[in-house]
Design a binder for this molecule. Structure first.
Ligand SMILES: O=c1[nH]c(=O)c2[nH]c(=O)[nH]c2[nH]1
Length: 310
């Protein structure tokens, strides 16, 4: 045969699952986008078209919805672990399952002031507004023995309106950038962190709490770092998470530098300078793109380099 089959995987992508749990008249919502990718003994379906080993992608979709109903969605990671285990252990030809999950967060809408109490004093029980901009992400991979859990977030837009400088860089004949001693630092954080939980016999992290804690550390590090470059801020965010969260060994970031340029108002005789209420042009492209992995010392990197762009 002049050709052979290389890496392959299949499954149903982007199953949108919304689960509402009713606790009396207080409702809880989980909103996920779940993608299933299975691999194993799939040579024959590619070579001859025999579907004998193929669990239909339609079935993988149904399983996602059935599991959401039967087992609930405690956390994206827990749900993904359940699904991955099911596909690998129930189907002999399937040796590896990768479950990717995006989670969209909702928060309760504050109750309109019914009587004379302060507005927003209470929360509504079943009305929600999409929370923030960011999407929580996770990827659960199981090969029948070991687990790999990579979680994170994307599109978390943050901005420091001061405490950012950029100067002392290399200057060649094409350099026109002016040194900045008080600039805006803004980015849309995309981050993926890898858990050191790989084994069913070890106690599982508390996925929900771990996510909230990692996100909070990231935001605090962003806010508290007096930044001389986005690279430095990235490293601070990563090391804060690794140092504070023993369950996380590696974190990779992809950070666009959302440039804010001081507008030149000199032609109109107007000085436009920090800190006197400066006006900026928020450019959308091109943007600097700063990417790096931060690791616990002694740990091998495993997060794919391009994963943060997914
Ligand atoms: O934080 C920054 N890092 C860079 O590498 C860079 N390059 C650039 O033009 N502006 C910036 N800002």
């Amino acid at each position: 045969m002049p050709t052979i089959l290389g890496q392959n995987q299949y499954g149903k992508a982007e199953n949108r699952v919304v689960k509402i749990v009713r606790d009396g008249d207080t409702h809880h919502i989980k909103d996920l986008n779940v993608s299933v990718a299975l691999s194993g003994d799939m040579e024959e379906v590619h070579y001859s078209g025999s579907n004998a080993n193929v669990l239909p992608t339609d079935t993988t979709k149904n399983t996602v919805y059935a599991f959401a109903k039967e087992h609930g969605i405690e956390s994206a990671e827990q749900f993904g672990i359940h699904l991955a285990r099911h596909f690998v252990t129930s189907q002999e030809p399937i040796h590896r399952a990768r479950i990717r999950i995006e989670e969209y967060a909702w928060e309760r809408i504050a109750a309109p002031d019914a009587d004379s109490g302060p507005v927003g004093a209470e929360e509504t029980k079943h009305s929600f507004v999409r929370k923030g901009q960011e999407t929580r992400v996770s990827q659960i991979t199981f090969d029948g023995g070991k687990w790999e859990i990579i979680s994170g977030l994307k599109d978390l837009t943050v901005l420091n309106s001061t405490n950012s400088e950029f100067w002392g860089y290399v200057k060649d004949e094409y350099t026109t950038l002016r040194e900045a001693y008080d600039r805006i630092l803004a980015t849309d954080v995309s981050a993926r962190w890898r858990y050191n939980w790989t084994d069913d016999t070890a106690p599982m992290p508390d996925w929900e709490n771990s996510y909230e804690q990692a996100r909070t550390h990231l935001l605090h590090a962003f806010a508290q770092t007096y930044s001389l470059s986005l690279q430095q801020t990235l490293y601070q965010m990563g090391s804060r998470i690794i140092e504070s969260r023993g369950e996380i060994d590696e974190i990779r970031f992809s950070l666009p530098n959302n440039h804010h340029f001081l507008v030149d108002l000199e032609p109109f005789g107007v000085k436009n300078e920090t800190p006197d209420g400066a006006v900026y042009f928020a450019a959308d492209r091109p943007y600097g793109l700063i990417e790096a992995t931060v690791l616990r010392d002694g740990v091998e990197p495993r997060i794919p380099l391009d994963m943060t762009n997914l």
